[in-house]
Ligand binder design. Sequence first.
Ligand code: NAD
Length: 334
Amino acid sequence: MARYLVSGGAGYVGSHLVLALLDAGHQVVVADDLSTGHRAAVPAAAELAFGTLADRRFLSEVFAAWKFDAVFHCAALSLVGESMKDPFRYIRDNVATSINLAEAAVKGGCRKFVLSSTAAVFGIPEIVPIAEDAPTAPINPYGESKLMMERALSWAEGAYGLRSASLRYFNAAGADPAGRAGEHHDPETHLIPRAIAATLGTGEPVSIFGTDYPTKDGTAVRDYVHVMDLAAAHMAVLPLLDTHSVRYNLGNGEGHTVREVLSAIETVSGRKVPHSVGPRRAGDPPVLVASSERFRAETGWTPRYPSITEIVRTAWAWHEKHPYGYGRRLVAVA
Ligand SMILES: NC(=O)c1ccc[n+]([C@@H]2O[C@H](COP(=O)([O-])OP(=O)(O)OC[C@H]3O[C@@H](n4cnc5c(N)ncnc54)[C@H](O)[C@@H]3O)[C@@H](O)[C@H]2O)c1
């Protein structure tokens, strides 16, 4: 049994990772300020250290209270549009909080650090599927902030012995198949929960941005990877950190168009997805699909839920049971 720190463990990806770590018999401490996460998403079996990664004293208290075998750093600001409006905030917050956490890990004697990175480090790729060694060229401050942290970590192994894995997720999707957790962002920007909310009547009709892309049905193609497969990938990468630092893409390897996603929701729910059709959005590439070949070969990881129908089925089940997610936020979290 090991003990792990999960920053952002009250958020979407983090809460599923916490469940997977607990299921595997490990101890978990969540460090989260609940700015976008939910208290109810942290299972009772995990400890919650409530505080912000911007506060270095908070972090030194966390590392003084527990010894960790590895840190999984999921906490971040992650809205692309917001990052375009306030790049300084995104770059300052994401980079500074990540450095604070990595530094606290080093001081606390922890030498393994897993960063939630993103496909946004690639910008608009020239070749799809995007290889793990494809050139990086972010087109928004969110992607830039993650790339800056990847680069900072690349200096940390030589200087401090901190080995790191930068995992560039594509579109995290789905929910815990056992129904213990799901996706709840506010605002929600992701297609699957938005389309499900539209279908359940708790959200507005979903917009399809662009129907004239050079894809099979004219709508944009994205790579949806099940959030529990992401969680499993975090555990699969750890043994590699015994010897070296790594960077990988985490995707399903297969892309799906917006219309295919809506049709999967219709199949699973037996209802029509209310939607409208509009023009392309600036900066949206037609196809974003990952090649995770190197990750698969080097860790043996393979997605358990590769089918878009199965991904949507787990998401639908959670949203149908929790139409308002973890609940509406009526008071500020203090
Ligand atoms: N969801 C995706 O599809 C996706 C894709 C690519 C990369 N990522 C990355 O994965 C990570 C998790 O994404 P998510 O969708 O779960 O986001 P999320 O907003 O659901 O979760 C983020 C969590 O971090 C916490 N947090 C944020 N800032 C904090 C701070 N300064 N101190 C302490 N806690 C803080 C929030 O309260 C929340 O619980 C992020 O780093 C994101 O950039 C997500």
